[in-house]
Design a protein around this ligand. Structure first.
Ligand code: ARG
Length: 215
């Protein structure tokens, strides 16, 4: 296969990679903020807040990201440019998944930990802050890393509204060079390098987090 178009077009791929990383980073960042609120709403005793969070999470997880993206881009009464629309759609989507990551991470901490803290006289909020949340972190952080990897791949979908990330730029190269296939191979390789490196880094970080458990 002939990849000679790269000498002229490599910048499209490099800029695409940079934009994909930025897009995923911002989306997971805002998604985490949203996810914390949704997880708190789901854990709290207020039935109303609980059901709002559940409905939101179910809706997001039960509809395709592509549809959510197009609703935000075309369906709002005011126009938003492509890049903010892409970040908003990915963040709103990611927030629902992250909420479940956080909720599961907190609930995975053995209930005896809370009982022990409470029986030592700690109020609920103090037990949460000093006993439960620090342990939940070990469950949450690696899963957040996985979400980042997922969003790197899923962000390819925002190319349909014209966000110039890796997939969009690969498409531009396909159009300019009349090469339908080869630019896709380059894009695939670059996505793979991103996700594979990240998952290796994650696995190392996870091992460090676990180190204090053995002993
Ligand atoms: N491809 C999935 C969909 O269309 C999106 C999944 C998003 N996953 C995530 N962990 N944020 O519904």
């Amino acid at each position: 296969m002939d990849f000679s178009f790269l000498s002229k077009y490599y910048m499209f791929f490099l800029i695409g990679v940079r934009n994909t990383i930025l897009l995923a980073a911002f989306s997971v960042f805002f998604g985490t903020i949203l996810g914390v609120f949704l997880a708190l709403m789901k854990i709290c005793k207020n039935k109303f807040l609980k059901s709002i969070a559940s409905a939101y999470i179910e809706f997001i997880r039960g509809t395709p990201l592509l549809v959510q993206l197009l609703i935000i881009y075309f369906g709002l009464p005011f126009n938003i440019p492509e890049i903010p629309a892409g970040v908003i759609a990915l963040s709103l989507n990611s927030g629902a998944y992250i909420a479940e990551i956080i909720r599961a991470g907190i609930e995975a901490v053995d209930y005896g930990q809370m009982e022990a803290a409470r029986s030592l006289g700690m109020p609920y909020s103090m037990a949460m802050k000093y006993i439960i949340i620090p342990q939940a972190f070990k469950n949450i952080l690696p899963a957040l890393g996985n979400e980042f990897i997922t969003i790197i791949k899923e962000s390819a979908i925002v190319s349909v509204i014209g966000v110039p990330e890796l997939m969009y730029n690969a498409d531009t190269v396909r159009g300019n060079t009349f090469r339908a296939f080869a630019p896709l191979i380059i894009a695939a390789m670059l996505y793979f390098v991103l996700t594979f490196t990240l998952s290796k880094v994650l696995r190392m970080a996870e091992r460090r987090l676990k180190a204090s458990d053995q002993g």
